[in-house]
Design a protein around this ligand. Sequence first.
Ligand code: AMP
Length: 320
Amino acid sequence: MWNQIYRKIKKYDNIVIARHVGADPDALASQISLKESILLTFPKKNVLAVGNGSAKFSYLGKLDHYDEIDNFLLIVLDTPDKKRVDFKFFDKATEVIKIDHHPFIDDFGGIEHIDTTASSTSEILMEFFKVSKLVCNKTIAMRLYCGLVSDSNRFLFDSSSYKTFALVSYYLKKYQFTLSDIYKKLYIRPLKEIRLEGYIKENMTVSENKVASILITDDIVTKFKADSASSGNMINFFNYIDEVLVWVIATEDVKNNNIRVNIRSRGPVINKVAERYNGGGHAYASGARLANFDLAKELIADLDKATKEYIESELNDEDK
Ligand code: AMP
């Protein structure tokens, strides 16, 4: 598969690299790293990394403006479904390649390299650069490590496998980068976010069925002088609470006129529930965009039901 993808990259003079809306470190790190690697390998190619960026992650590199191109290869990273690709000229591409670690949703009509056992798309690219002729350097290696460590939540999820650690070990040995140089950028946070985190911890409710949730209106976001993405970005901080199996942060996003919902689980499968609300994601890390808080409440009620069923099935298993 990597040979096939490499040959396509070699063939096209114009390459556009896209990823999902709502850029996160893994999506951005893999996108910008692939662009740089292709340019290091083939300096004459025209390679664009497209989509809306985020000032917060600007240290990962710059994105490009897309002006119409006639004949181009589109590589979509870290995105299982067409509707979430942050590139509105998808259908103009001559050929499409998908490289992703999410469970399959849509066939993009070209080469599909999906590895759901990988911790991150950054990890998949680490493998690609290691086994192919694509050039890597220290900056690219550091950026990919940043994407990997972010998406695996510091190796906390089961998706961190022996392969993940082997690749990290290989890149650390080869490029000798300092981990704290990455963490200083990835984990630095303004005090206002810490205070908002305190608010969430103080105010989230926990149901009888171990579902924790909080609805955050724009008034609250404004009160803490934070932005609407910051509360959802804290979703991973609530893992391993004894009384909580599934947790949800639903935040009003005035700019996009919707409610951003972030969901995590330590047992029940949540992406199937999120999909019923036009959302999706991984079995234990999902999200959705909803029109209003009433729908968020319905989604939370459905998650509660799924969690109740999960608890009952676990109890039944214990009885056997
Ligand atoms: P997040 O909570 O934003 O880190 O997202 C967790 C997972 O859910 C990621 O794999 C996302 O790609 C996925 N996800 C988030 N929002 C949506 C959405 N509106 N539709 C489909 N998948 C989503």
